[in-house]
Design a protein around this ligand. Structure first.
Ligand code: SF4
Length: 425
């Protein structure tokens, strides 16, 4: 294995084959899920085996243990497990992640069915929850007390700048998130906590409770950039329980309860929306005082969208820049120019300053909750979570000169007015 890519199956490779400037809505239709056998529903296979939990579980260990559930166990990204020292591994061009991304875990798994997600419910048909890939990597399970002991004793070498609890959709996840958060804040003061919430099961009081228990930042994975794509990919279109209005209700609650710079929303680019859809959401979130955390659509293996192309790089680069200008340069969507198909044609930003933004490279790094370097640099760097290392979408480190040359060529390839908006000489 050369990097974080999983070795078991070939990863879909559309990179370099996608010539269109953007992924059109008509193309980006999820496939229908297959029927889940009765004995596999709700973690049935795992519960039937009833084996004891024995500590670290690596995906595909195939020890079927119903005892491996939160809050006693959490899953974590492969990058976090390597940084924590509970797994060995090699990461391309980086040796750690700055964010300890934790995922609540249950044999029943996530009860939602989002079309782009490797954790979705329909995967009960072919893969137990603890073995499912998510944002392109495996998520080993670890006893939570062991995780706290390592970080509390400095065993991570101070490399984690942030911890994040991903709630998933499960009847116990609100209660267990409180427990996981409380145990952390009781012992660890130097690593702040973000919550990646599950609005579908939450009330405003739940948001308040998490703030009172010590969470620093609250995020909502809106993911889809307009209500139609939301419904198609994570609502009624795929027999999933989420609704756009409920997500926005909790996002508004987070803005009021956590306050400016302390909340954010995830958006995935390339699921059939226009640039204008994405940037409108970015602006709305910024107007509330929050930030947008962007993900490049990649066809996750086993998901209902695994047959579809990743976001074309020109679309991704121009949205990355537009988001950065709004979130960190005080720019506004009203100054940008879009074509009839809703794609950005002019950032409306002074050429010299745009050149500087591109040359600085921060706009192209993974976006998310901040770490200790600066407010603009995400602790949550998710190495290769939205692209293969050979064609990086979100850079989990500072892009170098070679990277920036590639980024510029990707950016301007899709913008015919490039000379007017800052092409490098
Ligand atoms: S709620 Fe989150 S974890 Fe569950 S299927 Fe949807 S995106 Fe995946």
């Amino acid at each position: 294995m050369g990097c974080l890519e999983m070795p078991h199956h070939a990863v879909p490779d559309f990179t370099g084959k996608t010539k269109s400037e953007f992924n059109e809505a008509e193309t980006m239709r999820p496939r229908a899920p297959s029927e889940v056998p009765l004995d596999a529903r709700n973690g049935g296979r795992v519960k039937a085996q009833n084996v004891e939990a024995t500590g670290l579980y690596r995906p595909n260990d195939n020890i079927l243990t119903p005892a491996m559930r939160s809050p006693n166990y959490v899953q974590m990204s492969t990058a976090a497990a390597i940084t924590l020292g509970v797994m060995k591994g090699y990461m391309h061009r980086t040796d750690c992640t700055r964010c300890l991304n934790l995922l609540l875990t249950y044999p029943e798994g996530c009860r939602a069915n989002c079309a782009y997600c490797g954790l979705a419910r329909h995967r009960e048909a072919e893969r137990d929850y603890a073995d499912r890939n998510f944002i392109r990597v495996d998520w080993p399970a670890v006893p939570y007390d062991q995780v706290i002991d390592i970080v509390a004793s400095g065993g991570d070498g101070g490399r984690f700048h942030r911890m994040c609890i991903s709630m998933i959709t499960h009847p116990n996840s609100d209660r267990d998130t409180r427990t996981v958060l409380s145990k952390w804040t009781a012992r660890i003061k130097h690593v702040p906590v973000s919550i990646l919430s599950n609005p579908t099961t939450m009330t405003r009081q739940d948001v308040q409770d998490l703030k009172d228990l010590g969470a620093e930042i609250f995020t909502v994975a809106l993911d889809a950039a307009n209500p139609e794509i939301f419904d198609r990919t994570r609502g009624r279109g795929v027999q999933s329980p989420h609704s756009w209005d409920k997500y926005w209700e909790i996002l508004h609650a987070a803005a009021e309860i956590f306050g400016p710079e302390r909340f954010g929303a995830h958006l995935i680019v390339g699921m059939g929306e226009t640039d204008h859809d994405v940037i409108s959401q970015v602006q709305a979130i910024r107007d509330l005082g929050g930030h947008s955390h962007m993900f490049a659509f990649f066809p996750e293996r086993g998901s209902l969208m695994d047959h579809l192309p990743p976001v074309p790089r020109p679309q991704w680069r121009r949205v990355q820049i537009a988001r950065y200008l709004i979130d960190y340069c005080g720019h506004h969507i009203r100054h940008m120019r879009f074509d009839a198909e809703g794609q950005i044609r002019d950032f409306g930003f002074p050429k010299g300053e745009l050149d500087q933004v591109i040359a600085a490279g921060v706009a192209f790094r993974t976006s998310g909750c901040p770490g200790k370097e600066s407010a603009e640099i995400s602790a949550c760097d998710r190495p290769y979570g939205d692209s293969p290392p050979r064609d990086i979408a979100s850079y989990p480190f500072q892009p170098n000169g070679h990277d920036l040359r590639k980024i510029r060529s990707q950016l301007w390839r899709g913008m015919p007015d490039a000379k007017r908006v800052g092409r490098e000489p």
